[in-house]
Structure formats: C-alpha cells, structure tokens
Design a protein around this ligand. Sequence first.
Ligand code: 9WO
Length: 248
Amino acid sequence: MRFDIVTIFPGMVEAGLAEGVVGRARGRGVLDIAVHNLRDFTTDRHHVVDDVPFGGGPGMVMKPEPFFAAMDAIIARRGQPGAVVLLTPAGRRFTQVEARRLAGLGHVVALCGRYEGVDERVRERWATDEVSIGDYVLSGGERPALVLVDAVARLVPGVVGDDQSVEADSFGRGLLDYPHYTRPAVFAGMAVPEVLTSGHHGEIRRWRRQQALRRTLERRPELLETAELDDEERRWLHEWAGTGERPE
Ligand code: 9WO
C-alpha cells in the first residue's frame, strides 16, 4: 500500500509514522509512505506557501501553486493515485467502511491544510475525497491524515502481525469490543470474570460475543442496525429486550 502525504510540517507527520505497527510495516516495506514538504514545491526565495485571502478577512490562505506542483511530482514519480484526500471538517465522516474502501485502492494521497484554509482550486482540481475525522476544528490536517493512514494501513495484509486480531477488532463486524483482562486474577479487590479462567473455550467465546453485543446495545445502539449478527446474537438481543434486562 502506497501513501503520499503533503504538508508544511513533514517532521510532525514522520514522527507520527515512526513507531508502532505502522512504523514497523514501513520498515519492512509493506507500506510505502512518502512525506512531502510543501515548501519544496515553491519557486520563490522564501518558500512562501500562504497569501492573504481575496475578499479580505482574517488569517492567511494556502496558495494553490505548491499543491499543484506537489501533485504533478507525486504522479510523475509514484503513479496515478486511487484517491486524493483533503482532510477537512467539511468532509464526509471517516469510518471503518471508508478505511476499507481506501485500503482497496492501493495508493492514497493526503493533502494537509493549515492556516485558515486551502485555496478552493486545490480541492476542485485534485481532491477526489474530502474527509473529516470528527466534528472539531484542529490547527491542520496532519493529525487527521495520520489517523487515516493508521486505520487504512491496519487493513493491509501483513501490516498487523496477527490478522486474527484485525478480524477480531472492534468494528470487524460492526460491534464494540468485549472486555479484556490479564494477570493478576485478582487486583485491587477486583476479580477477573470466572469464565475467562475456566478453560472452557466454547463458553469464553460465547461470553465475549455476549459482552460485545451488550456493550454495543448499551453504548452505541445505532451500530446494531448495520452490524453483522448471527441468529444466536439476534436471539440474545430479543431475550434482553423481552426480560427488560439491562446490560450492565
Ligand atoms: C476548516 C473548515 C471549517 C469549517 C468548514 C470547512 C473547513 N475547512 C477547513 C480546512 O480545510 N481547514 C484546513 C485544515 C486549514 C485550517 C486547519 N485545518 C483543519 C483540518 N482543521 N481541522 C481539520 C480537520 C480535518 C479532519 N477532521 C477534523 C478536523
């Protein structure tokens, strides 16, 4: 999987890619991620990337020319990308479904804005997708781009060591995760649920599926509308609704 990230803060982005699952996959060559300094695509002595807004108003706007030059260079050196994503609060919300779609494209370019915004012609010419990671305003698109790369990269075969853990992930089937425990079996007066230490693997699987389902029902009931449930799970939901039992 190939990513290109265009930013005026390449150090911030490189730092966010250096460690963990993504950093290791990059080291092994499973991920080919290039971080491009937007200032390298300026032609003036001072490497200026911003200018005053037409029409007036506060702050500065990112000039179009460096983004256009960066895109031309990326396409020349690394080929036509499957998507060019602009990270903006005005975009469509980024979800696991969107992550899967982008992972299937093989090559994604992320454009990171700063200041008050990016000249609209960058969006018009280059953006195939505008993506928001949530309803808040940040100082730039770099952190959202790192979020996108992390979520997409995890879906690429070989990035996460154990693909069973990708399968089992929260959102693998559109449900929240079950609770996790490790040793010691009693800590701070709190015991690990007995079923987990029982050695009954069938019961453990069943308990975890129930817990995932209960948590989803309690915390994010809207996810149940699109979750992939089997017949037994649908039956549990009906039972819990019928008895008025509250998931804890
Ligand atoms: C900011 C903005 C606010 C309201 C409606 C549309 C908007 N677009 C932008 C924008 O492109 N901002 C640039 C990147 C420049 C200013 C800082 N930027 C930014 C991106 N702040 N917050 C984000 C962001 C991106 C993705 N998901 C959440 C927030």
